[in-house]
Design a protein around this ligand. Sequence first.
Ligand code: NAD
Length: 495
Amino acid sequence: MTDAVFAGGSASPGQSTTVGIVVNPVDGTVLDSFPLASAGDVDAAVRAAARALPEWSALPPVERSSALLRLATRLQERAAEYALVETRQAGKPIRLTTGFDIPGSIDNVAFFAGAARNLDGKAATEWDGDHTSVIRREPVGVVGSIAPWNYPLQMAMWKILPAVAAGNTIVLKPAEITPLTSLMLAEDCAAAGIPAGVVNVVVGTGPEAGEALISHPDVAMVSFTGSTGVGKRVMQLATESVKRVHLELGGKAPFVVFDDADLEAAVHGAVAGSLINTGQDCTAATRAYVQRPLYDAFIAGVADLFTGIRLGDTEDPDTDLGPLVSRRQAERVAGFVERARRDGARVLAGGRAPGGDLAAGAFYEPTVVVDAAQDSEIVRDEVFGPVLAVLPFDSDDDGLRLANDTVYGLAASAWTTDIFRGLRAQREIRAGTVWINDHIPIVSEMPHGGFGQSGFGKDMSTYSFDEYTHIKHVSLDVTGQARKPWHRTIFTEPT
Ligand code: NAD
């Protein structure tokens, strides 16, 4: 039975009366069930993080960096184990976890080991001639982080790494349905010599453990990745104690195909970009806008490739697509498609849960929806499943207007062979990431974060240090004068 708490360097059972159940969505097998963390467990974890803060934040950056390098080595040694656990708890094909989730996470650790030694600021100088100005970047304190279930290990990494690299300590609450790799990570942080209390994990529900963490008086900052609805609640709770807030929220990424695009590239890009992680990716392509001359060929090409995607056993390396994370999520996706159908949209491929051997799992077939209205639910709201809505457009102005016609702004792509169309699209589309002729690839060196209701602040890259550090201006008098010229504002001269 899993211990729901890893705090102050050791694991312990959760004290909540609520039981957490971890299920393999490929067939509904229960992997584990255990008591979750209570508000009291959260309090103990925050206190452990507060105790560890003075020593960890005072370490020379090179020592924090060395600890992260040891962690990277340890994760590399256990990569296959992490991949299997991630595959089972989240229903991800093993090809995805071994090729993307786990190596991506290890690369993040290696990146932040280097970045820990590279905090930047302006050069020290005497801006007014009389004082030397120095910029310090100081850790914010104890960070309370809350992560979603779609990329359990990667999301834990995106929260933990910039925080601890910059000298903060952290209490992470992973999603209670996919907690296993976050708990493994906490143990590996300890095994790598990261001091007790620097990285703490509490597995509990949002309303019980999550809200206790956000509201805790000793938590200086809240970093949240999840849905926009819960993000609003997080922000409300954080206002009580004026905590710093970093929100990575939902997305509804547009995929704009101009009529000069390479059709084969756009079709393959749309299939991979919408189906990655069974569509449970905040940056996944969800709304394809295709200029009228390419529209028919595009929808036919995507529908054809969608029907060839192999759903199945997530531990088989030949499986292309796994189930949704849970039955509940599969039913939610099915509900979106049913309502779209009812409102007059057509389903060109998929549109149902497969039967046969897959009936016990949370599967849903890759689905192409056409003829949905721009203001319909399936085009405006986050489905978070293997569903791509495709709509035509006429002028370039229309395509870019439709791409921006959303409350979200996390990611987007534009497809064209005309450099000037590409340059226009990257400038005019409002999103934290814009790809030209691709959709999905990310790198540790570059920031990830949203505009609009996709939130604010950045994960990954050295830009993330802007979230996890306070900037302090230190001003040092260089004149040695007892009576300074600016005192004239108070004293009449001469005194
Ligand atoms: P969710 O908002 O339901 O849950 C996210 C986390 O918040 C979970 O750990 C959950 O337990 C916790 N939570 C729920 N209610 C809470 C409350 N009242 N107080 C505190 N914590 C609470 O999201 P999800 O369903 O786990 O994940 C999918 C969502 O995450 C999608 O909207 C997706 O777009 C988003 N997401 C965004 C990014 C990004 O970088 N912007 C990355 C991954 C996922």
